[in-house]
Design a protein around this ligand. Structure first.
Ligand code: FE2
Ligand code: FE2
Length: 203
């Protein structure tokens, strides 16, 4: 996905939901970092850092089909609204399969699979998912925990975040979960630092 297309796509997401745009960019950045780290440690991630960035950017493309009243709702979703939200994976897959983004169809379709308690459809085991999908799964979860929502602030307790992700990391990357864990920690350190610089500038 070239830079111009990425910019257009980000603008489209922003028009629908600024939160969706910010979450997708953050997921893209984390995905790229994770693939770089896997590579640096001699683990075949099955994709390039550039592909990981694009995959993170488009993983929630199906949310463009979710009504804004649901997507941007400032509060808990009803069960019916949750059902609509869960459809973003299949709607997204249907969209990318017929485009130049086909490479990311599995990521779009399965980035919530095997995630405890989220009710996503197929209950696929980590072993059948390509590494790129697993990388985006981790990046997506981390971004979701960090982001401010209209009804709650992002989580600031890094120990809690790591504990929350621990089971996923082990299940998704058993042999190389240490590499991913260290990358997540480094991301958190950089993220906190950047956030405090921003807050100091605002004060
Ligand atoms: Fe999603
Ligand atoms: Fe997401």
């Amino acid at each position: 996905m070239d830079k111009k297309l990425q910019t257009i796509f980000c603008n489209v997401m922003y028009a629908k939901s600024p939160t969706l745009r910010d979450h997708s960019i953050q997921t893209a950045e984390i995905s790229k970092l994770l693939v770089r780290r896997l590579r640096d440690n001699g683990v075949d991630a099955g994709c390039s850092p550039k592909e990981a960035y694009s995959a993170g950017l488009v993983h929630d493309i199906g949310k463009l089909y979710v009504p804004e009243s649901v997507l941007n709702k400032p509060g808990d979703l009803t069960e019916r609204e949750m059902e609509t939200m869960r459809l973003h994976t299949s709607w997204g897959r249907g969209f990318v399969e017929n485009t130049g983004l086909k490479r990311y169809a599995e990521v779009v379709a399965h980035h919530h699979e095997n995630a405890g308690g989220t009710g996503y459809p197929q209950g696929l085991r980590a072993g059948v998912l390509e590494p790129l999908t697993r990388v985006v799964r981790v990046a997506d979860t981390l971004s979701a925990l960090l982001e401010d929502r209209p009804y709650r602030r992002g989580i600031v307790d890094d120990d809690f975040i790591l504990a929350r992700m621990e089971e996923d990391l082990e299940g998704l990357f058993n042999g190389s979960s240490g590499v991913i864990r260290r990358a997540v920690l480094d991301y958190l350190t950089a993220f906190r630092k950047q956030k405090s610089i921003k807050e100091d500038t605002r004060a």
